[in-house]
Design a protein around this ligand. Sequence first.
Ligand SMILES: Nc1ncnc2c1ncn2[C@@H]1O[C@H](COP(=O)(O)OP(=O)(O)OP(=O)(O)O)[C@@H](O)[C@H]1O
Ligand SMILES: [Mg+2]
Length: 466
Amino acid sequence: MADLVDNSIDAGATHVLVQIVKTGGRPRSLYIVDNGRGMTPETIDTAMTVGRRREYQGSDLGHFGLGLKAASFSQARSLTVMSKAAGDEVVGRRWRLDDGPQRGFECDVVPGRFAETEFNRGWRIPLAGAGTVIRWDDVVPFAATHDPRHVEKILNHMITAACQHLGMVFHRFLESNKISIDFEVRDVDGAFVGPPIPVTPLDPFGYSRSARPDFPKTLTAEVDGLRLRFRCHLWPGRSSSAQFMLTGNPADHQGLYFYRRERLLQAGGWVGVHVPHKRLSFARVEVEIDDDSISLFQFNPEKSRVLVGSEFARLASMARASDGTSLNQYLEIAEDIFKTANKRNPKRTSMIHPGSGLPPRVRATIEKEIPPVAGEKPIDIRWAVFPDDSFFRIDRDDHTLWLNKRYRKMLLGDKHGGLNDLPLVKSLLYLLIGNVFEGDYLGPRDKDNLDLWQTILTTAVQAERQ
Ligand SMILES: Nc1ncnc2c1ncn2[C@@H]1O[C@H](COP(=O)(O)OP(=O)(O)OP(=O)(O)O)[C@@H](O)[C@H]1O
Ligand SMILES: [Mg+2]
């Protein structure tokens, strides 16, 4: 799919739509639609030819003249391309693997009426006079099962994985709003199109704060007119964020991230300049493949792997930051950070778990995430009529966190009240105040905190009422 999106971007598209089509309860076909400049009756024949390269512009992602065909036949038994350039009519071509070798290397011309109907099908993205519709039939990874429960699960899993992959490969395009990519599922029998599932950017460098303030650092090497830059990042620690986890095990995502023309070609790996190690999990390096460095690289036609030679390794060993830091020194720092992060007590502080007042789902989540204080009665969160307008009161003997009933209706708005109402407010209070129920007596620090929270929260709830 990334290969087809490459082509859409090269065609100047701003919107890409991936539609998965279900017939008889099973996904079978897939469309990729874009609003780019489309193909003329002449260019579509070149486009369907394996290895026929066009003239490429400086910013084009295409290079080999293979992507469309190779990508399509790695996923489907049949490829149909319908396209329209401004001022031309819709043209269509189809190529089926099952036609066999006797067909030679010629594809079918799709009848104009069919191409026209497919093109003007009322796609969610407007194809104002130009665009391209790619259709895959007999999609191979779709075919495995008939069991409807599994079909749904597998399909959802595939969509999630595809969204993640595209979100990562094109994160720079998505972040700068140069392109949008949406998935949708159409059920032919029900004549029903599901809601759009947008691809969101997944930035492998999307941490909020670096492990050290002097990072990221850019290390540069320059030899014989070649210039190579390594932008070395330090993730602040283990994180459950999507940006750290990416697709799978984060230990596999250490290393070099190669970008060419804003598209991520390879996500991690040390390409022979270093050995992967768990201790380097927080080390990720951005490398731009640009005109200054392109001769150091080769990439596979799938554009999923970057190949480098000894010249690259030589430049990598010479690269220095303005303060003299080398790649090896950076990796040592990354290992240190990993060791310190592991030394830090990773165990969460225990809390008395909540009792009545929160929905079972929220309680289950708290119980899963926070270790309990053994042998303590749970903390109930309940409403009561207060003599004053303070927001909460704690009863340590009875393990109850009381909330002032006079604010209840206002906080509920038009929702219904009940034992488990307002879970968000209650969870926040539990996280803030829960620890005060522990121990035999309240220390001065706890007392002062309670006063502080009371003052601020009472002011806040009154401000909310106004
Ligand atoms: N969505 C599209 N919109 C307009 N033209 C397209 C589209 N998809 C493919 N083409 C045309 O078809 C040609 C062949 O595409 P293909 O992906 O096979 O090769 P490429 O993009 O030239 O090179 P690469 O193998 O590096 O991807 C493209 O060069 C382009 O002219
Ligand atoms: Mg291409």
